[in-house]
Design a protein around this ligand. Structure first.
Ligand code: OKP
Ligand code: ZN
Length: 344
């Protein structure tokens, strides 16, 4: 299996975030992909290629052009206003109520385009966001060209990013952009299977009123964990999208492989009856028992079986990297999914 990866993705490195009220170092760090790359090489999974540079057209079909432009320009604008700071983080938000306006002030815009305080902006953030998107689109082209599978090693992740808001370490929604690219190249039905521990609220919201993308997510019950406001089982889609969104929330602290597998079986059956032509897997590894910010109990060997079960769909499959913060085991767990899929 070929991997698409760009070193430019290392240029993003959040400085700090707030966890349980304390300021801590960012969990979403460049070392995450180093671990995955090391393991990919150790196991000789396949070539690791740098993607070509793609235009922003497809991104602008799932995100608003003003949001994409904001992401591209926010650091220099912030830096001009606050030259002595190392990162941009919003502190006030355009919350529900009277329709909020987008202000001119860069710090006001930062909150306007954010869901939370965890998507920080540093000088290299845009380069990394753009390179991650390129990995997603290069993977899409590879599958469209006839490959059975591909791994888009995207970082920063994407599944929390909505049409016009960043959050949860996510900026551009890499999986959603890939899905749109398949549709634009003639596919009619795409499934996105999100196995990250956190609900993929961004992907859900982008495709919520559409029937050409079936979104399925297995995640921590939002009553118990981030992203808190979305991911409930009764969110099933709206209008033409009704019935094309499947949330399978699972309890924290007691979701092990056997409970997880029951939900996975439901998701895989739904993909099959939908008749998807391609499946995109939003591949988060934060379901691991030792993840520092998550509360499921999957073990390293379970990821081999996860890959095998996904392979059972017998569909062209694009893996798009999302979360996973137990850095030491992240390479093993990620590559286990890919090797399980490949039957090695
Ligand atoms: C991004 B991805 C929980 C703190 C959670 C944000 C988590 C973002 C996860 N107490 N902070 O889905 O892995
Ligand atoms: Zn996650």
């Amino acid at each position: 299996m070929i991997t698409f990866y760009s070193e430019r993705q290392l240029e993003h490195c959040g400085v700090t975030e707030v966890l349980s009220g304390e300021v801590v170092s960012s969990f979403e760090c460049p070392e995450r992909v180093d671990q995955v790359l090391n393991r990919l090489r150790e196991r000789s999974l396949g070539d690791i290629l740098a993607p070509e540079s793609f235009s922003l057209d497809t991104a602008c079909r799932v995100h608003t052009p003003d949001y994409v432009e904001f992401l591209q320009t926010v650091w220099p604008r912030w830096h001009q206003m606050y030259p002595d700071t190392t990162q941009a983080i919003p502190y006030c938000f355009a919350v529900r109520g009277l329709a909020p306006r987008c202000p001119d002030h860069v710090e006001g815009q930062l909150g306007y385009y954010s869901l939370d305080m965890t998507a920080s902006i540093v000088p290299g953030t845009w380069n990394a966001i753009k390179a991650a998107m390129d990995c997603a689109l290069a993977g899409q082209q590879h599958i469209a060209g006839g490959a059975r599978s591909v791994f888009s090693l995207c970082r920063p992740p994407g599944h929390h990013a909505t049409a016009d808001q960043m959050g949860g370490y996510c900026y551009l929604n890499n999986a959603a952009i890939a899905a749109q690219a398949y549709l634009d190249s003639g596919c009619k039905k795409i499934a996105i299977l999100d196995v990250d521990y956190h609900h993929g609220n961004g992907t859900q919201s982008i495709f919520y009123d559409r029937d050409d993308v079936l979104f399925l997510s297995l995640h921590a019950d939002p009553a118990q964990d981030y992203p808190h406001y979305w991911g409930y089982a009764d969110e099933t889609g709206v209008g033409p999208g009704e019935g094309f969104n499947l949330n399978l929330p699972l309890p924290i602290n007691r979701t092990d492989w056997s409970l997880y597998r029951q939900a996975l079986d439901k998701a895989l059956a739904a993909i099959q009856s939908y008749g998807a032509e391609v499946v995109i897997v939003s591949l988060g590894l934060d379901t691991f028992e030792q993840d520092p910010i998550s509360f499921f109990k999957l073990k390293s060997d379970n990821y081999l079986e996860l890959g095998q079960l996904i392979a059972g769909l017998n569909l062209p499959t694009q893996f798009v990297f999302e979360g996973g913060y137990a850095t030491g085991a992240l390479g093993l767990n990620t590559v286990n999914v890919l090797e399980g899929f490949s039957g090695r």
